[in-house]
Design a protein around this ligand. Structure first.
Ligand SMILES: [Zn+2]
Ligand SMILES: [Zn+2]
Length: 369
């Protein structure tokens, strides 16, 4: 079938909206008519080469839509189901999956890098030449073929733009708080970097009953949004990790139990670590450059039992956690709709990335078919 998609022709961009051929779903695959897609910083990393991806490619990995057709042996979903898409379609059988770490699945990760689906081949093409997938999802299009295990059915009353964001930013942020950190009522939390993922972490911390929640960012406008979403204090980046952490320690009443870092910048990671109290942990979500190094004061690690926790996809199990998150949203406990700051058509894709880079947006959503 023919689809309209935003094609990244080469690393560096820009995007070019074009007509592509989408092949039918094969065994274990599902054709989804896309309704909405968030625009994520990881897509930007693919555009600017921070994390290179094979091109030409259709980016986007934060999508939701309606199942239109299924390939042979698909049992999880049926045509008509509303689905949020997970970019971590775990195999359920490898060593990591058997340890309960499905988001670190040892078979899905290597397959992702070549720009195909789970078998390494593409369903996207143009004039007979292959066009690559991105993170198995390729949601900057009006339809896509994805692995069955990427499809998480959702209730029909959930807006597609919310379901799309649950597919990446929201699960990554909320999960880092609930699953990686395990924030308990009264814990003090800092959020370093208030983009879509950081703000999601903030909402997760508020919902979990955190005590102080200190928001940190370089832009006052983002801190204002954070305060509107429930941050108890706001700290403007003070020029260095040390000075910023000092302000967080002061605002939180002596340092935080968990400092959630959502920028990927080594200085922000350092600030997160230095903001923690004894037994506190820096939870690192942001994706740094491949050659990045973080320097930490080593003595305080044993002396104060300070910790560093990595967090990928919020350590979530999408099939379980998407539903938990959406359930709290439907009951008014997680005001996820406040994360959507802009809605644009697919043709405005480059404008969406300008908004993302400009820092004025919480989350930009592309409205699709
Ligand atoms: Zn993402
Ligand atoms: Zn696996």
């Amino acid at each position: 079938m023919k689809i309209r998609a935003a094609v990244l022709e080469r690393t560096g961009g820009p995007h070019h909206v074009d007509e592509l051929e989408l092949a039918a779903p094969r065994e274990g695959e599902v054709l989804v008519r896309l309704k909405a897609s968030g625009v994520c910083h990881s897509d930007q990393n693919a555009i600017d080469g921070t994390a290179e991806t094979p091109c030409p490619a259709v980016l986007g990995h934060e999508g939701a839509g309606i199942v239109e057709a299924v390939g042979p042996r698909v049992t999880r979903v049926r045509p008509g189901d509303h689905v949020a898409l997970s970019w971590a379609p775990s195999c359920g059988a490898c060593e990591e999956c058997l340890r309960g770490l499905n988001h670190l699945c040892g078979t899905a990760w290597p397959a992702m890098g070549v720009g195909g689906l789970m078998d390494g081949t593409t369903r996207l093409s143009r004039d007979g030449e292959p066009v690559f997938h991105y993170s198995f999802i390729s949601s900057f299009a009006d339809a896509t073929v994805v692995p069955e295990r990427s499809c998480v059915p959702i209730p029909h009353d959930v807006p597609f733009e919310i379901a799309g964001l649950v597919g990446c930013a929201i699960s990554t942020g909320v999960g880092a708080v609930w699953r990686t950190a395990g924030v308990r009522p009264g814990d003090r939390v800092a959020i370093v970097g208030c983009g879509g993922v950081g703000l999601s972490a903030l909402l997760g911390a508020v919902a979990a009953g955190a005590g102080a929640v200190v928001a940190v960012d370089m832009l006052q406008a983002k801190l204002d949004v954070a305060c509107d979403l429930g941050a108890s204090d706001a700290v403007l980046w003070a020029g260095s990790a040390e000075a910023t952490a000092e302000a967080v320690v002061e605002a939180s009443g002596g340092g935080v139990d968990y400092a959630i870092e959502a920028t990927g910048r080594p200085e922000a990671m350092r600030a997160a670590f230095l903001s923690t109290r004894a037994r506190g942990a820096a939870v690192l979500i942001g994706i740094p450059r491949e050659d990045a190094v973080v320097e930490l004061p080593a003595l305080s690690i044993p002396r104060k039992e300070r910790r560093v926790l990595g967090s990928l996809y919020g350590s979530t199990y999408p099939e379980r956690d998407f539903r938990h998150i959406l359930d709290l949203y439907r009951r008014g406990r997680l005001p996820l709709d406040k994360l959507v700051s802009h809605r644009l058509p697919l043709d405005d894709i480059d404008r969406a990335f300008e908004l993302l880079l400009g820092g004025g947006a919480a989350r930009v959503v592309l409205e699709l078919a």
